[in-house]
Structure formats: structure tokens, C-alpha cells
Design a protein around this ligand. Sequence first.
Ligand code: AHM
Ligand code: MG
Length: 335
Amino acid sequence: MPKKNQTLGEFIIENQQDFAYSSGELSRLINSIRLAAKVVNHEVNKAGLVDIIGNFGETNIQGEDQQKLDVMANETFIRTLTNREIVCGIASEENDDFITIAGCNNDHKNKYVVLMDPLDGSSNIDVNVSVGTIFSIYRRVTPVGSPVTKEDFLQPGNKQVAAGYIIYGTSTMLVYTTGNGVNGFTLNPALGSWYLSHPEMTFPEVGKIYSINEGNYVHFPQGVKDYIKYCQEEKEDRPYTSRYIGSMVSDIHRNMIKGGIFIYPKSSKAFNGKLRLLYECNPMAYIVEQAGGKASDGFRRILDIKPMELHQRAPFFCGSKKMVEKAEEFMANYE
Ligand code: AHM
Ligand code: MG
């Protein structure tokens, strides 16, 4: 039973035996992620100072090149995971292909691969709105001791051993699951420690918030249009409230606390929607399901989709179970 206010370090030690494979490697991996998250958090917090310390892409007064934050976040996570020789491969939304990691001392002995979106919603940075990091962890399927292959990354989401997100918001939180529920930790920036602030997070079964980019309404499939009209109807507990930040991590985090549905559907402009199955949908779907919610592409469970490509996209419906089921009912009318 997680104890509120314990540190993430204490929590990891106490719950290590509950991990699916408790060799300690997964704990070390989560440790690396919490460290990288602190570095990225520090940089994201300075984003408002770019005019003072130099714009991204320019050289600052100390003669250092300023990097774009999404590039910086990508490099920070890759460097932290690589340095510690825990993972054998990394795939990132920022990189065209996956990275093979050959351990210096233990050639390819590591078992885990990490897939990530290092800075999701990065268009929000310039306007001081929350962004996030999303990560997903699998055990490799090819033999230990050989270089990783695409097969190690193209696993269905139901094979994830852990997934999580970091939300750089009014406070910074790390929320993750290793398959035994979802726990949320808040960073105390003064001390650099994460504290368990949201133990055993659960998605309310029903909610009153719908989150979708309604500006694309004319391009949506009829099932989605009908569901939006349903949300807006004055009947029973409706109309629902519309909330859309444009930063998926923040939208889903809010909905998990308050109850709601997040939808990024396919449209006549983007046949599979916008979000990436491996870096965005799968990890969020795993967290959402572990919290008692539901995630689908409008018809089938996200976690059961067999990926064909690293950067594959998928329509995404996720949130309170009853709300997603209702949206699926509307979708089924036009299958
Ligand atoms: P990104 O990975 O390029 O940041 O895009 C993903 C983001 C999500 O966080 C968000 O839900 C979505 O894009 C918003 O897109 P849109 O502006 O089309 O509504
Ligand atoms: Mg993204």
C-alpha cells in the first residue's frame, strides 16, 4: 500500500518486489527517468527567459548554443539512459530510427527498450502552458547479447512493463505504472525530491469533461460529430464542459483527476489522426487502463493493436470508461 508523502526513492525500494521482473534493472531505469526529468524540468522552467539569455538557435552571452527545448529534452533522456547502461535500445518521436545501445562492459546484455516522446505539446512552451514527457518500457523480444532490432520496438502496448509521463505544469509531476496501479509524485524543486502526492490514481468511471480540437469539426467522421453533439445536448447531466489544452499529457492528467474523455480522432485530413501509437497512445493507454479508464481507437483496444511502423499514428479515444464506451457506440453506427 503506497504511503502518501513518501519519496519516489523509498517507493521504488518498497515496491521493487511487485514489479513483473524484479532484477532491480527496472527500478534503476525509473531512477534514470526521474533524474532526466529533473534536468528537463529545470530547462523548461527557464523557457520564459529566452529573450534574456538568448533565443533558441542563437548563441547566448556565455558563448553557449541555445538548443530548442524538444531537442534538449530528447538528448537529456537519451544521454541519461545510455550512460547508465540499463537499456539496450531507445526509440524517440524525435528520431527517425531507433538507437541501438551497446553497453561498454556488457555488450547488449540489457533487457529493456524505452520508447518516448521527450517533449509532447512543445508548441505550448512559448506561451507558458504545460507540456509533458511520455515514456514506455518493454522487455526486448530478441535474444539478449545481440543488437536490438525493430521487432523489439514493434510490440503491442499490452506487452509494456511500465509506462509513465511527466507533466511540467504549475507543479511538476511524475506519474507512472509498472502494472500495479498508477501513482503520481510531485517534485519539490527546492530539494529536488519527488513525493508521492497522488497514490493509486483512479479514473472516475464517468465525467463531465470532453477534450477535442473542435476546430477540426468539419473534418471529423460522422460518429465523432454525433458524439460531440451528444456532449453538448441539454439532457440528464449534460451539456458537458469542453476543455482542450492542446497538450495531451495535461488534458489526460486533468481528466484522470476530474473525470472526462480525450479524443484525437481520424479526420478527412489525417486518416489515422495525429498521435503516434508507440510514443503517445500506448503509454497513455496503459496508464489510463491501470487507473480503471479505457483507451481505444474508436473501435478496438489501443493496447491490442500490432504496430507495423515506429512512427505509426492512431486515432485516440481515452478516459472515463463509460464516456469512452458511449463514444464507441456512436462510432459503431458508421463502421
Ligand atoms: P507534438 O508531439 O508534435 O507535440 O503533438 C502532439 C500534441 C498533443 O499533445 C496534443 O493533444 C495535440 O498535439 C494537439 O494537436 P492539435 O493542435 O492538432 O489539436
Ligand atoms: Mg508528441
